[in-house]
Design a protein around this ligand. Structure first.
Ligand code: ADP
Length: 240
């Protein structure tokens, strides 16, 4: 429990810091991008200058992406949560189409997810964000042609949402660090290390729990399985 509290405190203070930094960086970056664009337009014939301007614009896009994830991370916790019945199949479909997974050669398979009894209690947008982050990691770890499975399992009071891939798996040595903000093994510019930290915060906001099972397939030393336990939605209609 102590570990958990320290972790939440740490997330909250990093969130505040992130909000400040993101805010301060956002405007100058937009300024730099505009100047580079003007330069490109005003010196259309100068090939070298055009190339440099393009590089500046690309780099500002990269910073903007980091700032955006910092912002969404910073809003975790302070966000006013909608509490409604959330259908897992709906948010999974939303996440899949947002990431264009089916068009990227990764097949996503559902199991049980469409069961109308498998509804959780929470904020649909925040929960969709959880799936977006888990699925984009699964995609990044997967070879084209492999599958990602999303399924749900119900118990009396909770629903487990399971996202499993057939990708690289996670080395044991780093598994304890995955939820740390800014921990990433991806190339700079690709990963911010905020995806799973945000997932952790959102799951916590929903009084849920998250565990990682990696490798999902111990025989083959392959794949990763994330399991999120969330409170089940109970129909609040009073009995007459
Ligand atoms: P980012 O995706 O920006 O690196 P995350 O917090 O989402 O940040 O993930 C942290 C790290 O966890 C990743 O860099 C990767 O090493 C590892 N990881 C997360 N999900 C998976 C997965 N499904 N398979 C393999 N590695 C994963």
């Amino acid at each position: 429990l102590e570990h958990k509290l320290v972790h939440s405190e740490r997330l909250a203070s990093i969130g505040r810091l992130a909000a400040g930094v993101a805010h301060e960086i956002g405007n100058p970056i937009t300024g730099i991008a505009c100047l580079a664009q003007n330069l490109r337009e005003e010196h259309e014939d100068d090939v070298e200058l055009n190339e440099i301007s393009n590089q500046i614009i690309d780099q500002t896009k990269r910073v903007t992406r980091i700032v955006r994830s910092l912002m969404s991370f910073a809003h975790a916790g302070s966000h006013k949560q909608d509490n409604e019945s959330v259908c897992l199949a709906d948010i999974a479909r939303e996440a899949i189409s947002l990431l264009s997974l089916n068009r990227n050669g990764v097949e996503v398979q559902f199991f049980n997810l469409c069961d109308p009894a498998h509804c959780v209690e929470g904020d649909p947008q925040r929960l969709a964000q959880v799936l977006i982050n888990l699925l984009s990691n699964a995609r990044d770890a997967s070879l084209p042609g492999s599958a990602i499975h999303i399924r749900s399992e119900a118990t009396e009071h909770s629903i487990d949402l399971i996202v499993e891939d057939e990708g690289t798996g996670i080395p044991k040595a780093i598994i304890d660090r995955l939820f740390e903000p800014f921990f990433t093994t991806k190339d700079p510019g690709k990963g911010t290390g905020l995806g799973l930290a945000l997932v952790y915060s959102i799951v916590e906001e929903h009084y849920g729990r998250i565990t990682i099972e990696s490798p999902a397939d111990p025989e083959q030393q392959r794949g990763t399985r994330f399991r999120i336990t969330l409170p089940r939605h109970v129909d609040a209609t009073p009995a007459s």
